[in-house]
Design a protein around this ligand. Structure first.
Ligand code: AMP
Ligand code: GLY
Length: 425
């Protein structure tokens, strides 16, 4: 079977790597892919912001399975478009992806189905927001309704700053595009967990949990990024808590979407805050997480393609996912200046030595090939990922591999997973 993967980041590199391990797969094509993916797959140009460009690639390649990595193609309706053309594609329809693409839709959906989430108001004008904000106490969380590549959430220490943030979202001065709706919600405290599940419209299968490190700086300081590292262990959630999350959050979400005639097929990524009152939904994503996927897939022992096909065919209930016990961790190496402006085009060295360390895979987030040499091409450049029997060992391997790698301005956090290590000591 030929598999087409749409995307160009570390998540898609990990997907390509996992798909290649399936005995049924004869060819992996990535559109557009990146320098790392080009080493294991054929890469062809595609514009992920242009539906016609992606349709043209799929029509030309006629893959047996297409996997959609990022959210923008989902928001454009790539799944609907490929299905209409008789192609098999893993991911939610444009309407089902609204769980991610409209925070207002997601919050109202959560409330309609009694799924735990922070108290909120969805407002369509600054005047409406001014009225609603009265019952909120600082800190207040202000969110853009639409996709914002991680830049749409502002935590405000007063009602006045929350009003200002909301006004700049409505005016379009913060994100470049004016928001028609803005969500305000209460600030929640606790540990964040990324709880991802496969869904076939009716049934769900949880993936192993993971914890992302969103801030650029060590000790969780500085601005938010797309994710600077992640780890996954069995001990992150006990079986009772996993059951609770499935029964009170994931299953009602999938049932609610089916009841509302927008069945959800694909990955339901629940961003959860583990508060004193129990887990609460911070956000949904309608896709695999990045860098969560790099760490999660390193622990998957069963065939990914079988599982994704079971989702498409509504047969997830008959499919078993098998995981290796222990832990995995992914440490992201980024360009100097990220998440602000940065330079690209610097040669990357040491990748072969890094890959020789047992249990290590280096997934590329932003690299390209220039005259046969791998060079940096984005803010997040590499996700150095390792699996082992313990989190300590997985981290040791990832950092040992990282020490082999060099590019100008390379930066990485040295404290990925340390919160978890402290708790177990
Ligand atoms: P989101 O895009 O909604 O996941 O928000 C991005 C990040 O903002 C989350 O991963 C949290 O760290 C933070 N965040 C979002 N909503 C809240 C909230 N209600 N309380 C505290 N932190 C939040
Ligand atoms: N790591 C966060 C995300 O994929 O949205």
């Amino acid at each position: 079977m030929k598999v087409l993967i749409l995307g160009s980041g570390g998540r898609e590199h990990a997907l390509a790597w996992a798909v290649k391990r399936s005995e049924r797969v004869t060819e992996v094509v990535c559109a557009p892919g990146n320098g790392g993916m080009a080493q294991i797959a054929r890469c062809i140009p595609a514009d992920l912001k242009d539906l016609d460009s992606m349709i043209a690639v799929a029509e030309a390649e006629q893959p047996g399975l297409t996997i959609v990595g990022p959210e923008v193609p989902l928001s454009l309706g790539i799944v609907d478009a490929l299905r209409e053309r008789g192609l098999r594609v893993f991911g939610p329809t444009r309407e089902a992806a609204m769980l991610e693409t409209s925070k207002g839709f997601a919050k109202r959906f959560l409330q309609r189905h009694n799924i735990p989430t922070a108290n909120y108001a969805v407002c369509t004008s600054p005047a409406e927001l001014e009225k609603a904000i009265d019952i909120f106490h600082a800190p207040i969380v202000v969110k853009a309704d639409g996709l914002a590549a991680g830049k749409g959430v502002i935590i405000c220490q007063s009602r006045r700053t929350a009003m200002e943030a909301a006004e700049s979202l409505f005016a379009g001065t913060l994100l470049g595009e004016a928001e028609r709706q803005v969500v305000i919600e209460e600030f929640l405290e606790g540990d964040e967990i990324s709880f991802l599940c496969l869904a076939d419209g009716k049934h769900v299968a949880p993936l192993v949990p993971a914890q992302d490190h969103k801030c650029i700086g060590e000790g969780d300081t500085g601005p938010n990024t797309g994710g600077m590292g992640v780890y996954s262990t069995d001990a992150m959630l006990d079986p009772g808590m996993t059951e609770w999350i499935l029964h009170h959050i994931v299953e009602p979400t999938i049932k609610g979407m089916a009841d509302e005639e927008t069945p959800f097929t694909g990955v339901l990524y629940c961003g959860l805050m583990m508060t004193a009152r129990g887990p609460q939904v911070l956000e949904f994503n309608a896709r695999f997480g990045d860098p969560e996927t790099q760490a999660i897939l390193m622990r998957l022992d069963s065939d990914l393609v079988d599982a994704l096909e079971a989702c498409i065919d509504g047969k997830l209930a008959d499919t078993e996912l098998r995981w290796s016990q222990g832990a995995s961790a992914c440490v992201v190496a980024s360009s100097a200046g990220y998440p602000g402006s940065y330079e690209a085009g610097f040669p990357i060295t040491g990748l072969d030595d890094a890959a020789r360390i047992p249990g290590v895979q280096v997934f590329h987030s932003g690299s390209s090939l220039k005259d046969g040499q791998l060079v940096t091409s984005a803010g997040r450049v590499l996700g150095v990922t390792a699996a082992a029997a313990t989190l300590e060992e997985a981290l040791r391997r990832a950092y040992q591999a990282m020490a082999e790698i060099r590019f100008e301005g390379m930066y990485y956090r040295r404290d990925i997973g340390h919160r978890a290590l402290k708790k177990t000591k």
